[in-house]
Design a protein around this ligand. Structure first.
Ligand code: ATP
Length: 421
């Protein structure tokens, strides 16, 4: 029979990683039963407040002998109990088991957990309806991700290879030869991507915390991901595991009207710029209306260069914008991941005329213009001039280090589909 296992919320900023525990469980259970595929790393709604990092959960499926089921379940629960960061106040692990086919109702729930915020009570109801067995540790919020990960069909997916550090090295500086990462990127990009930022000359495949991950290599081709990993010069690792994942699939984005937006939604909206940019701190904001409501749209400081393009939008421009909805200073605000200028209005600038007497340059003096060369004076009347718009008809995206795990980079096939496909 088929047995699905899901786990989530086992880590904290002080250590552990749900993928590591998931990989250990996958290796252990694979000794007792036949894995039906690679383990799944499912990213859920990136806007929920409880996440440690990227709101990831892990699930896996096996063909098992019926008499082994209790032993397998016991082993999984034992490993969660032993390895999860249970002493951390925000770590609330959940483990879920489901036997047989994944019902459609469960997949619908998965998408709810990717798009919106769901409560533990909702999860318990769905689990009961689909006959899933849930195990909560402490408040057990992890059952949200654990159940949702089981229900993900992964019709669209990418891969991530995660290499884990030897236990005695956890918390120490990671030894990754940067040159070898740049060489790897040259050879394998874009089949593996987000390896480095060439502009900043920085390496993106290494996390910075105390967790067991040494490097993570993302890609759309399993073999190239593996070859890319093998080409790196690294400290000795404990083991590596390739996951199938919904990362970089734009899974979290769907069209919504502004009037229907809720805190923590991930959405695509289409509307007109009704207020061109203003800045607070280093964040850049515009206001967009779609006829059903108005929404503040933000390009926050970490999006760096991307903010330049948002500043180029002016009133009347029509855009398609994608991102996460979150309250900022008490107001719902779209945290931009990408935008596409659908229609750009003409941009008019008002300029001083040349001197009608001598062709010299005019200078403003209150309500008058005065020629700098011959002194000719005339009432101030400026000439409207249409200036070219610098924005192009293409999708603009945030840089790789500010990108959400779920956001599809434009370099990948289908990178534009969700927004303008
Ligand atoms: P890592 O990426 O390192 O695994 P994380 O960022 O996944 O860490 P978690 O520790 O798993 O963070 O915390 C996220 C918590 O939010 C989990 O308990 C998960 O079940 C829950 N959760 C996930 N999606 C939703 C959602 N849509 N609504 C409510 N809760 C959610």
């Amino acid at each position: 029979m088929m047995l699905h296992i899901g786990i989530d919320d086992t880590d904290s900023p002080d250590g552990m990683c749900t993928t590591y525990l998931g990989a250990l469980i996958y290796r252990e259970i694979s000794r007792l039963a036949e894995p039906l595929d690679l383990p799944k790393l499912i990213r859920l709604n990136p806007n929920v407040p409880y996440k440690t990092r990227g709101n990831g959960a892990v699930a896996m499926s096996f063909e098992v002998d019926e008499e082994d089921v209790p032993k397998i379940k016991g082993l999984v629960l034992e490993m969660v109990e032993k390895l999860a960061e249970l002493t951390h106040e925000n770590t609330n692990p959940g483990a879920v088991f489901l036997e047989g086919e994944v019902p459609k109702e469960l997949t619908d729930f998965t998408y709810k957990a990717i798009w919106e915020h769901v409560t533990i009570e909702e999860v318990e109801k769905v689990a009961k309806d689909v006959n899933a067995e849930v195990h909560k540790f402490k408040c057990g919020r992890g059952i949200v991700g654990a159940l949702a990960a089981i229900g993900h069909p992964l019709n669209n997916f990418t891969y991530e290879l995660l290499a884990y550090r030897k236990r005695e090295l956890w918390g120490t500086p990671r030894k990754v030869d940067e040159k070898s990462v740049f060489e790897m990127d040259k050879k394998f990009y874009p089949f593996t991507y987000d390896n480095v930022d060439w502009g900043k000359r920085s390496v993106l495949i290494t996390p910075h915390g105390k967790d067991p991950v040494l490097v993570g290599i993302r890609g759309i081709d399993k073999n190239r991901v593996l070859l890319a990993f093998e080409s790196l010069v690294l400290e000795e690792i404990e083991f590596h595991q390739i996951f199938k994942t919904n990362q970089n699939t734009d899974d979290h984005l769907r069209f919504k009207l502004i009037k229907d937006l809720k805190n923590y939604d991930s959405v695509i909206i289409r509307g007109k710029v009704v207020k061109s940019y203003w800045e607070r701190g280093r964040h850049v904001f515009i206001e967009v209306s779609d006829g059903t409501g108005e929404l503040r749209v933000a390009a926050y400081e970490p999006t760096k260069e991307f903010r330049r393009y948002v500043r180029m939008l002016i009133e009347g421009d029509e855009i398609i914008a994608a991102g996460g909805v979150k309250e900022f200073e008490g107001e719902l605000t779209l945290n931009l991941e990408k935008f596409y200028p659908v229609k750009l209005v003409p941009k008019i600038e008002y300029r001083k005329p040349k001197c009608p007497e001598c062709g010299g340059t005019m200078k403003s003096k209150g309500d008058y213009l005065r020629c700098k060369r011959c002194g000719y004076k005339m009432p101030k009347k400026l000439i409207p001039v249409e200036v070219s718009r610098e924005l192009e008809r293409k999708i603009y995206e945030v840089p790789p280090d500010a990108r959400r795990h779920l956001s599809r980079p434009l370099v990948l096939p289908g990178g534009e589909n969700k927004m303008i496909g």
